[in-house]
Design a protein around this ligand. Structure first.
Ligand SMILES: *Cc1c(COP(=O)(O)O)cnc(C)c1O
Length: 412
């Protein structure tokens, strides 16, 4: 008899975006003529840029010829891509990485979800709150999060990020073994300055804490003082893993490619305290057992982002999305909403008027304006009282949504 992993039973059944879809469906049944404008789910909408498409076509053609056909690739990823990453994403910012510190993956969701396998089940974890749900759920699945009580997991330390603290998480008083940070942040769209990030690195070095730094949105940073990588902070090589993804950077949500950086200086200790082991080595062992690499075509596509044309074209799309963010930010503020984020990230984090709860405001906006947002509480307890708008829509949809919200407001 096979017994189920009972930790899975602790997971909430209602996945946030499935709940939203259900409510939108119910609305559409009762309002068949009304087109719903979605600023909800965090997927991109603009097509891949020309440089990427051309690289993919060339790679496909190579696959059609015996002499250039590629089968299984290296588990860590092709050297051509890892070299382009080291040069363009890091050396350009004064960070020296070896290509063997880079692991190409099929995206940051799998890596941020799987990385926790490298440490014992009884490590404690800390997360900023609200947060991308993968970090906590992947720890729930292995029994590390404890039990859920009043929307909080018993073995998880939450660092609230709200308007009250200007979305700057407070360094914990007690020791935490591993801490997830995501900057620029999904869902709040806020960022951390170098000084704030340095406090976390200092804490981690002092407490032997492992920082898991998700930089999936670094390409959206506009302010040149905001760090793109945690390795811009001295000492981070000894305490942090960094995750990157081409999903939001270059519209790869359907192509699938990203990477994870595990510096050779990063170690964790054995239970008896006798040895420190390189996490780079453990991840290599894990990946070569459970992962067979990202497709050659996807990796050639990612490489093309680093060509001069690729860089220019990718920036055009990012500018388009950030134009949406800027426009919506201005409009919502003009309507009297309190808005955060949206300046260095493609998300706006909006306070619900009159302290309404997230789901209530979500439904009012849906039924009043036919506009879909994401209820903040779906990202954690500190998200209550906020909703998220994404800037990943079409410009026309952003216009339409803002017009509708304004009309709805005036009619109230
Ligand atoms: C979208 C997103 C990712 C990227 O996921 P992929 O698997 O690379 O598509 C990672 N982290 C956060 C916080 C995200 O919002």
């Amino acid at each position: 008899m096979a017994l189920v992993n009972e930790h899975y039973l602790k997971l909430s059944n209602n996945y946030l975006f499935a709940d939203i879809a259900k409510k939108v469906k119910a609305y559409q049944v009762s309002h068949p003529k009304q087109r719903v404008v979605s600023l909800g789910i965090g997927d991109v909408t603009q097509p891949l840029c020309r440089a990427v498409i051309e690289a993919m076509h060339r790679a496909v053609d190579e696959m059609a010829v015996k002499s250039s056909f590629r089968g299984y690739g290296p588990e860590r990823g092709y050297d051509f891509l890892r070299e382009a990453i080291v040069r363009n994403d890091y050396l350009s910012r004064g960070i020296h990485l070896d290509i063997n510190e880079i692991f190409i993956s099929d995206g940051a969701k799998s890596d941020t979800g799987n990385i926790q396998e490298l440490v014992r089940w009884d490590n404690s974890i800390g997360v900023t709150d609200p947060i991308y749900p993968v970090y906590i759920d992947s720890n729930v699945m292995i029994g590390r999060a404890g039990v859920l009580k009043d929307g909080r997991w018993s073995n998880v330390t939450y660092f609230p990020c709200t308007a009250e603290n200007n979305f700057i998480p407070q360094i914990p008083e007690q020791r935490v073994d591993m801490i997830y940070l995501c900057y620029p942040n999904n869902p709040t769209g806020t960022v951390l300055s170098k000084e704030e990030l340095r406090k976390w690195v200092t804490y981690a070095l002092r407490n032997d804490t492992l920082i898991l730094f998700d930089a999936a949105y670094e390409a959206y940073i506009q302010d040149e003082n905001i760090p793109h990588s945690i390795y811009e902070i001295k000492g981070a090589r000894k305490c942090a893993i960094e995750f990157r993804s081409y999903s939001k950077t270059a519209g790869f949500t359907g192509v699938r490619c990203g990477y994870t950086v595990i510096p050779k200086d990063l170690t964790a200790v054995t239970l008896d305290g006798s040895k420190r082991l390189e996490l780079n080595h453990l991840w290599d062992r894990r990946q070569s057992t459970k992962f067979n690499g990202t497709s050659y075509v996807s990796q050639r596509a990612a490489e093309a982002i680093y060509t001069p044309e690729g860089k220019k074209q990718v920036k055009e799309t990012i500018d388009y999305y950030m134009g949406n963010a800027c426009y919506m930010n201005g409009m919502l503020k003009k309507m009297g909403f309190t808005v955060f984020g949206g300046e260095n990230a493609p998300y706006l984090w909006v306070k619900t008027p009159k302290g309404k709860d997230s789901w209530k405001f979500f439904e009012e906006l849906l039924y009043g304006a036919g506009v879909v947002c994401t209820p903040g509480v779906g990202f954690g307890p500190s998200g209550e009282g906020y909703v998220r708008f994404t800037a990943f829509g079409d410009r026309d949809d952003c216009h339409e949504a803002m017009q509708r919200i304004s009309l709805w407001q005036n009619s109230q």
